[in-house]
Design a protein around this ligand. Structure first.
Ligand code: CA
Length: 234
């Protein structure tokens, strides 16, 4: 197997901060690219063939030109790459989650670079590489197929474009159809590190999942159980 490094795209306008991240990433054996301007991000993605796309994006919220929120939405229109948002204030995290912009995790400044590396590892190890996926069992329900080895979801035989967090969430629900999961149980399945993950993060991912699934079929298979959590009924 070719030992190709994971590519992490850092979008950060402060050169010193960016350099710290790039140094740590290199030391942790990641390939890196740095963009200081949010307006360059979409072009960066569209200029590259599929196999050269970043494996993860570290995205600062406060950027000149085009802020991190807009950039995150831009990326989500063209890619399901995991995105970790970096924000200067912990209070902003709640607001970001409420906006459902499709980021996978949030880190607050000031952060320790080691913490950032740990979060990256957690997210990336959930994404199996196709060449490693020999025979991972896939969830197969009548209308929903989840192939963990390819990180691919099909709903009514159509490809469902999901972020890693959404895939994990749907996989958890689909592994036990009809079972009601509490939000904190879902958090445990979707995130190993739950320091800043709130119930609203799960609600936000569920909303996105429902929206994406409803584009394929109008029936709402994810049921909210008032005061408890969610279950999947197919
Ligand atoms: Ca900034």
């Amino acid at each position: 197997m070719i030992d190709s490094k994971m590519l992490v795209l850092v979008v950060e306008d402060e050169p010193k901060l960016a350099q710290v991240l790039l140094d740590y990433l290199s030391a942790n054996n990641y390939a890196t690219t740095w963009l200081a301007d949010g307006r360059e991000v979409v072009k960066y993605f569209s200029d590259r063939p599929a196999h050269e796309q970043p494996d993860l994006v570290l995205l600062d919220l406060m950027l000149p030109g085009r802020d991190g929120l807009e950039v995150c939405k831009d990326i989500r229109k063209i890619s399901n790459v995991p995105i970790i948002m970096i924000t200067a204030r912990v209070e902003e995290i709640d607001r970001l989650i409420g906006l459902e912009i499709g980021a996978d995790d949030y880190i607050c400044k000031p952060f320790s670079p080691r913490e950032v590396m740990a979060r990256i590892k957690v997210i990336l190890r959930r994404i199996p590489h196709p060449e490693e996926g020999v025979s991972t069992p896939s969830t197969a329900l009548t209308h929903l197929q989840l192939d963990e080895s390819r990180f691919e979801a099909r709903y009514h035989n159509q490809l469902l474009e999901l972020t890693p967090a959404e895939f994990r969430l749907l996989k958890t629900l689909a592994d036990a159809p009809g079972r009601v999961f509490q939000r904190d149980q879902l958090i445990n399945h979707v995130y190993d590190d739950q320091r800043i993950i709130t119930d609203r993060t799960i609600d936000s991912h569920i909303k996105n999942l429902r929206r994406k699934m409803s584009l394929i079929s109008p029936e709402d298979v994810i049921r909210s159980i008032y005061g408890v959590g969610y279950k999947l009924e197919l």
